[in-house]
Every structure is written in structure tokens, then in C-alpha cells.
Ligand binder design. Structure first.
Ligand code: C2E
Ligand code: MG
Ligand code: MG
Length: 769
């Protein structure tokens, strides 16, 4: 099972530029580190300072709430403690019988406690005896008329504490919101005699506000355990706040941790209509079931934090952005620059195609993708047939133009995803992602078809054909190198089997290649062991039918006596360069043989074949001279193939002229199979044209063949050259070439190539005939 994400990953990887300069890479890493590190540092610093600010706010609020708790407690205790002696004094003065005696004493007491709004004395049954807020004789409220109030009042009577603090109520006499502060005066048995009550108007808490160093928009207050507010500053709607218990964030925090005497809370305040987020702290009073609290808007924390850290953070952020932007710009410029350079180094300047190095790299990448996607990939190795001939005969400019034209031709047969690269000289590499053997074959046939029509290049009409070798991943290899090598082997085989063809790689091809390497080694050994022999085929004069010469043909006699044909080993000898020592041996042996026959009275021309490689050997002339000196008096004729002579016409003309000057005759072998420029043919200093066997073969059968031979003979006559017909196998052929005016003939009908000893017998037979 293939993973699609693996394929995607491979694609991403392949899309990346694989060759990045170390500087650019370093720069990019630096940018990434700076950006990431900067953002991380900002986050860490921000979080740290924010947390610190929050903690600090909590601490400050905690201190304030603690201070409020302590101050309230001491205020209550102070007031509560002094109510006790006041109660005793009032009792002594007979307040129960003459309430008005209490008025001046109460007034005096109130002067010491500015937060007290009014004072009253109430009987345990709830009847008010005196109230400082009411003038003498004014009617006083009777608690007995209000049963709910009476119940609360009598609950306070049962409380053994020195003083009790009642929930806020609207004071009917002092006409404002206040809470009652009560002290119960008891007899010696503990039974209540009367209650001394101080009304604390809620407004008087303002004195606290003024004393506390509070931040703006602070709320402070006292919360009762039963959920009612004891006091609260500031307050806009006292009735709403004091008349019911509310469960805001503070109550929730206290309920969540009932054991805790102090803590913090946060949430939406109910007083502000539930739309403002606040943070606060609370502390429980030491002897009372009350909590003192302070809260501030949550935005206050943010404000303080921003005030202290904002400028630093903003500067830091700007610094990061600016430096990352700068580094990015430099990196981008560097990248585009290195891309340009890379591109130049990776493109073939003539065709604009990826070059060999780039092709390998692209193949590597595509193989990665193919591997991940589980898809095949075809590698085509294309070589233009006889490109070298064209380059040599028509010049490099035409050769270059031909390459460009061929590129367009190949391209026309490819799809968009296919890759075309120039591998070297006239070699192209074509990569077909996703193509299996069938797909590759179809594309290859399209390429061959594209070359069907001759190309018109710089005024020349050239028939160019490609040979293509195909290797398919994963069947024929898994790595780039193996695939290319196998495609190359297949291409080589396609060429061997007649050009303008394609070949799919197969194991046997590799074996054949190995066989060639094996053959090369064997040839080397054969040369050392002197396993080569020469055979001679007679050449007769058509008119007299007498033997006038012999063509020396090499044979390889294996140690087991079997023979190997030159058609088999000459190409390998050419490729490996072994033809040079072999050819030298042939030349020498043939010349020595010619001298021997001459000494026996046979005056013959000795024809020796030269391969293209020998023809280019700069030491050819001295070698020929050495052979001639060993075979003194040898009349030597060198056979050169048309294409070998035409490879470098200028040099050929010079070399052939020098040979000619030494009395060596030149024959153009296999004439008609190559393509010659008539102009050069005229200038090439040859003596003889050997008409290729394929034309002779067609005589008497194909009318064209007769016409061609006729034309060749006419042409040779016009140029003053002799003609020889090769491969005469029948009497009919002999008559035909005689009728056409050929001067000489050679072929099995006359004699097969024979060893030297047999050749002498042939000479004798002919002489006798
Ligand atoms: P080539 O130079 O064209 O030699 C003529 C070839 O045609 C010889 O083949 C010969 O045996 C064959 N032949 C002659 N008459 C007939 C005929 O009537 N019918 C048929 N079917 N064939 C005939 P061979 O000896 O096998 O040589 C093949 C080629 O190998 C030669 O073609 C030549 O190009 C090359 N070669 C042979 N010996 C040498 C050598 O010493 N040096 C070089 N460089 N090449 C050689
Ligand atoms: Mg020959
Ligand atoms: Mg020949």
C-alpha cells in the first residue's frame, strides 16, 4: 500500500531547488531562527510579564482587602467595646424609666464616632425608648408593628456576642440606608434589659474610601456570609444592592473555598449589569462573619501591563520584523542570483536543454517521485545516426543546426511532463514519467516517425535518423546510473541491428555487451598468440580473364581450428584500437607475400583493406613505407571505404596524395553504399572504384541495379578511374558486368579467398587455361 502523502512529500521535495549555495542556506536558516526565536521570545516575555502583572495586581488587591478587613474589624471592635460602658452608664442613670436622661450622653458619645448617624435605646420587646434622630416628644417607631423586623431583632438578643452587626435597612427615622450596630445590656443573670443601637449610614463608609490608596474604578465592600451586602462603595442603587443576596464571582469564589480566609476572584460583575470584567481580592474579618473585598476592572491589569511593557514589546516586534525583512530580501536576491548561475551551468548552450549533469539530477528526482507513487518511468537514450559523417563533411555549423533541428523534432513527439536533455555530442536523454514498456514504445515510435521526413538545414536536405534504446524503471534498474547505462546498451544494439531503430533493454543485451568485452580481450590474446592468417582472393582482368591481383583478407584461426569472420571481429577491433597493430601485421604480411610471389615470377597487385581508424592513424605513412621496404617490389593497392575517405576530405586528399607519390594505388571499396559528394570524389586521388556487391547482386534481376552500375562505370570512366565489380557469383553476372564495361572482377565465381599456397595453384590453373 502506497501512501499518497509520501508521493506528495516527494513532489514537494522534488520541487525544491536542490542546489543552494551554503551562504543562502545559512541566511535562510538565520531568518528562520530569528523569526521563530523572536516570536518565541516575544511570547515568553509577554506571558511572563503579563503573569507577573496579574500576580502583582492580585497581591495589591489582597493587601487592600486585608487592610480593609483589619480596619473594619478594629473600627467595629472599638465601637462595640465602648458601647458596653455606655450601656452601664445609661442603665445607672435610669434610661428605662426616664429615657430623655440618655440624650446628652448619647450625643456626647456620637461626637467621638463620626460614622454613627443616630443612636437609640430599644426595649427587648421592641419598643423604642429614645432615638437621637427624633426630637423629644416626637412619635417613635415601634418594632412590634413589623413582625419580620422583630424576628431579626430578637435573634440579635439571643446572640451572646458583645455586639452584633445587622444587615442594611432603610432607616425610617434618619431617612437613609444604614445598618444597625447593637449591644445588649443584660442584668446579672444575663437577661436582656435593653438594647443600645447605633445606626451606621452606609454613606459613612466613604471615609474608608478616602483613607485607602485605591486605583480608579475600584469597588470596595463588606459581604455577609448569608450573601447579603453589608456595605458597598460606591453604590448607585442601594435598594437593588442591599435588599437581596446575589451570587456574583465573589460569592462563587468564597463558596468554592469555604475554608479559605482570603482569596482572589475574577469575572463579570453583577452590579455593572454583568458586562464588565473585574478582578478582586477578599479577606475575612477575624471575629465577624464578614468578608472585606476590593475589585478593579480587569482592563486595569492590561492597562498597567501595557503601560510598562508595551513600548519595549512594540520596539522588539518592529526590530524582528525589520531584520527578518532585510534578511529575507538578501536571501531572495542571493537565491535568484544563484539560480541564474545554476541555470547557466545546467543548460546546454546550443539547444537550451538540460545538460548531462542536470539530466542525471532530474532523473534522480523523478525516480524518487516514481518510487513514492509506485509508478513506472522510462529512460530513452537517443543517438543520431551518422551524425559524425555530416559534421565532418558539411562542417560544424551545419552539425549544430542539425542538432537544434533534431531537438525540435524530438520535442514534437513528447508530452508536457516528459523531459528532454542533451547528454553529449549527438546523444539525447529522454525521461518519460509514468511510462511503462508499452508507453515508452509508443513514444519512441512517435519520435522515429518525426524523423521520417528529411530535415532541411542551412540549405542542405539531410535524412537524419535516430537510434533509441529504452530502459524502464523499475524493471530494468532502480537507480539513475543503471537505467541510463542499460538504455545506452539497448541503443547500441539498435544501431548494430541497422540504424533508425529502437530496442528495449533486456538482460541478453547486457550479456552481449559483456560478450563484446570478452571478444576484445580474446582479440588481444589472439594478436599475441599470432592466431591471424591471411587469405587471398584473386582479382581478374575482365577482358583477358587473367589474374592481375589479389585482395588480402584476414582470418582468425582459433586454437580449436575454427574460423572467425572479419565481419565479426573487425568492428570490435576498430572500437578498441586493436585494428592498428592488426592492420600493421596484415600490411606487412601481405607485402612480404607479394614479394615472394614476385620472386616466383608472378607480378600481381596486392590489395589490402584499411579501416577508417587506420586511415586516421598519423603513423600510417611510415607504417606503409616499412611494409613496402620489407616486401621490396610489392605493388600495393590500399582499399579505403568511401565513408572513411570522406570523413575528413581535406586530410584524406593530402594523405592519399602522399601514398600515391610512393607508388601506392588507391581503391574506393564498397562504392555506392555511402554517400559521396561528387566534387570530392573528383578530387580524391584514387585509381579504382570497387562497385559494391549489393549492386552486382541485383544485376539481371532489378533493372535499377543495371542502371546504377552503368552510371558508376560511366562516372569512373569520365574521371579516368578503373572499375572493379565485387561479389561475382555467377557467369551471368560476369557477362553482365563485362557488357557494362567493368575493367576487373572479383567473386566466388572466380574463386573464394584462399590461403597463399592454394593461390599459387590458382595462378597455375589460370595460366594453363
Ligand atoms: P571487403 O573488403 O569488401 O571484402 C570482400 C568481402 O566479400 C570478403 O569477405 C570476401 O570474402 C567477400 N566476397 C568476395 N567475393 C564474394 C562473393 O562472390 N559473394 C559473397 N557473398 N562474398 C564475397 P570477408 O573476408 O569476410 O571480409 C569482410 C570484410 O572485412 C571486408 O570486406 C573488409 O571490409 C573487412 N576486412 C577483411 N580483412 C580485413 C583486413 O585485413 N583489414 C581490414 N581493415 N578490413 C578487413
Ligand atoms: Mg576490400
Ligand atoms: Mg568490398
Amino acid at each position: 500500500m502506497r501512501h499518497p502523502w509520501r508521493a506528495a512529500l516527494a513532489l514537494v521535495r522534488s520541487a525544491k531547488l536542490s542546489a543552494v549555495s551554503p551562504f543562502s542556506r545559512l541566511l535562510r536558516i538565520t531568518i528562520a531562527v530569528m523569526a521563530l526565536g523572536g516570536v518565541a521570545a516575544l511570547l515568553v516575555y509577554g506571558t511572563y510579564t503579563w503573569q507577573r502583572e496579574k500576580n502583582e495586581t492580585h497581591t495589591n488587591l489582597g493587601i487592600l482587602s486585608g487592610f480593609l478587613a483589619t480596619a473594619t474589624q478594629s473600627w467595629f471592635d472599638n465601637l462595640g467595646n465602648n458601647l458596653e460602658p455606655l450601656g452601664l452608664l445609661l442603665d445607672q442613670r435610669g434610661v428605662l424609666t426616664q429615657p430623655e436622661t440618655a440624650r446628652p450622653i448619647l450625643k456626647q458619645f456620637m461626637a467621638r464616632y463620626p460614622e454613627i448617624g443616630a443612636m437609640a435605646v430599644v426595649t427587648p420587646q421592641g419598643a423604642t425608648l429614645i432615638n437621637t434622630a427624633a426630637a423629644p416628644g416626637e412619635p417613635l417607631p415601634d418594632f412590634r408593628a413589623d413582625p419580620a423586623f422583630l424576628a431579626k431583632f430578637q435573634a440579635a438578643l439571643a446572640d451572646p456576642a458583645l455586639y452584633t452587626v445587622g444587615p442594611p435597612e432603610y432607616g425610617k427615622v434618619i431617612k437613609q440606608w444604614r445598618f444597625p450596630f447593637r449591644h445588649v445590656v443584660r442584668d446579672t443573670r444575663g437577661a436582656p434589659r435593653f438594647v443600645l443601637q447605633a445606626a451606621i449610614p452606609l454613606e459613612s463608609g466613604r471615609t474608608f474610601l478616602q483613607r485607602l490608596p485605591l486605583p480608579a474604578h475600584s469597588f470596595i465592600g463588606l459581604l455577609r456570609e448569608d450573601g447579603y451586602q453589608q456595605a458597598r462603595w460606591p453604590v448607585s442603587d442601594p435598594a437593588a444592592i442591599y435588599s437581596q443576596p446575589l451570587r456574583g464571582p465573589l460569592q462563587q469564589a468564597i463558596d468554592a473555598n469555604p475554608q479559605q480566609r482570603a482569596g482572589v476572584f475574577a469575572g463579570k460583575s453583577l452590579w455593572t449589569g454583568g458586562n464588565s470584567e473585574r478582578v478582586g481580592a477578599y479577606t475575612q474579618l477575624s471575629t465577624n462573619a464578614l468578608y472585606a473585598y476590593v475589585s478593579v476592572p480587569a482592563a486595569h491589569v492590561w492597562d498597567r501591563w501595557w503601560l510598562q511593557n508595551g513600548p519595549v514589546l512594540a520596539m522588539f516586534a518592529v526590530f524582528i520584523v525589520v531584520s527578518v525583512a532585510l534578511a529575507w530580501r538578501v536571501a531572495m536576491r542571493e537565491r535568484s542570483h544563484s539560480r541564474e548561475l545554476l541555470d547557466l551551468a545546467r543548460r546546454d548552450s546550443l539547444t537550451g536543454l538540460p545538460n548531462r549533469a542536470a539530466a542525471k539530477e532530474i532523473l534522480d528526482r523523478l525516480l524518487g517521485v516514481a518510487d513514492s507513487a509506485g509508478q513506472p518511468l522510462a529512460v530513452l537514450f537517443l543517438d543520431l545516426d551518422r551524425f559524425k559523417d555530416i559534421n565532418d563533411t558539411l562542417g560544424h555549423d551545419v552539425g549544430d543546426a542539425l542538432l537544434t533541428a533534431s531537438t525540435a523534432q524530438i520535442r514534437s513527439a513528447l508530452r508536457g511532463a516528459d523531459v528532454l536533455a542533451r547528454f553529449g555530442g549527438d546523444e539525447f536523454l529522454i525521461l518519460l514519467p509514468g511510462a511503462d514498456r508499452v508507453g515508452a514504445t509508443i513514444t519512441t515510435q512517435r519520435i522515429l516517425a518525426a524523423f521520417q521526413a528529411p530535415l532541411s538545414v542551412r540549405g542542405h536536405t539531410l535524412a537524419v535518423t535516430p537510434s533509441v534504446g529504452i530502459a524502464v524503471y523499475p524493471k530494468h534498474g532502480h537507480d539513475a546510473e543503471t537505467l541510463v547505462r542499460h538504455a545506452d546498451t539497448a541503443m547500441y544494439e539498435a544501431k548494430r541491428q541497422g540504424r533508425n531503430a529502437y530496442m528495449m533493454y533486456a538482460e541478453q543485451l547486457g550479456e552481449r555487451l559483456n560478450a563484446r568485452t570478452g571478444l576484445e580481450r580474446e582479440l588481444r590474446e589472439a594478436l599475441q598468440r599470432e592466431e591471424f592468417r591471411l587469405v587471398y582472393q584473386p582479382i581478374i582482368d575482365v577482358a583477358s580473364q587473367r589474374i592481375v591481383g589479389a585482395e588480402a583478407l584476414v582470418r582468425w584461426v582459433r586454437p580449436d581450428g575454427s574460423l572467425r569472420s572479419p565481419a565479426e571481429f573487425i568492428p570490435v577491433a576498430e572500437e578498441s584500437g586493436l585494428i592498428l597493430p592488426l592492420g600493421e601485421w596484415v600490411l606487412h604480411t601481405a607485402c612480404v607475400q607479394a614479394r615472394a610471389w614476385r620472386q616466383q615470377g608472378h607480378d600481381l597487385w596486392m590489395a589490402v583493406n584499411l579501416s577508417a581508424r587506420q586511415f586516421q592513424d598519423p603513423l600510417l605513412l611510415p607504417k606503409v613505407e616499412a611494409a613496402l621496404s620489407h616486401g621490396a617490389g610489392c605493388r600495393l593497392e590500399l582499399e579505403v571505404t568511401e565513408s572513411a575517405a570522406m570523413r575528413d576530405p581535406q586530410a584524406s586528399i593530402a594523405l592519399l596524395s602522399q601514398l600515391r607519390a610512393r607508388g601506392v594505388r588507391i581503391a574506393l571499396d564498397d562504392f555506392g553504399t555511402g554517400y559521396s559528394s561528387l566534387g570530392y570524389l573528383k578530387r580524391i586521388p584514387s585509381h579504382k572504384i570497387k562497385i559494391d556487391r549489393s549492386f552486382i547482386d541485383g544485376l539481371n534481376r532489378e533493372p535499377d541495379a543495371t542502371a546504377i552500375v552503368h552510371t558508376i562505370v560511366a562516372l569512373a570512366n569520365a574521371l579516368g578511374l578503373e572499375t572493379l565489380a565485387e561479389g561475382i557469383e555467377t557467369e551471368a553476372q560476369f557477362h553482365a558486368i563485362r557488357a557494362l564495361g567493368c575493367h576487373q572482377a572479383q567473386g566466388y565465381w572466380i574463386s573464394r579467398p584462399v590461403p597463399a599456397a592454394d593461390f599459387v595453384r590458382l595462378l597455375a590453373e589460370r595460366a594453363a587455361a
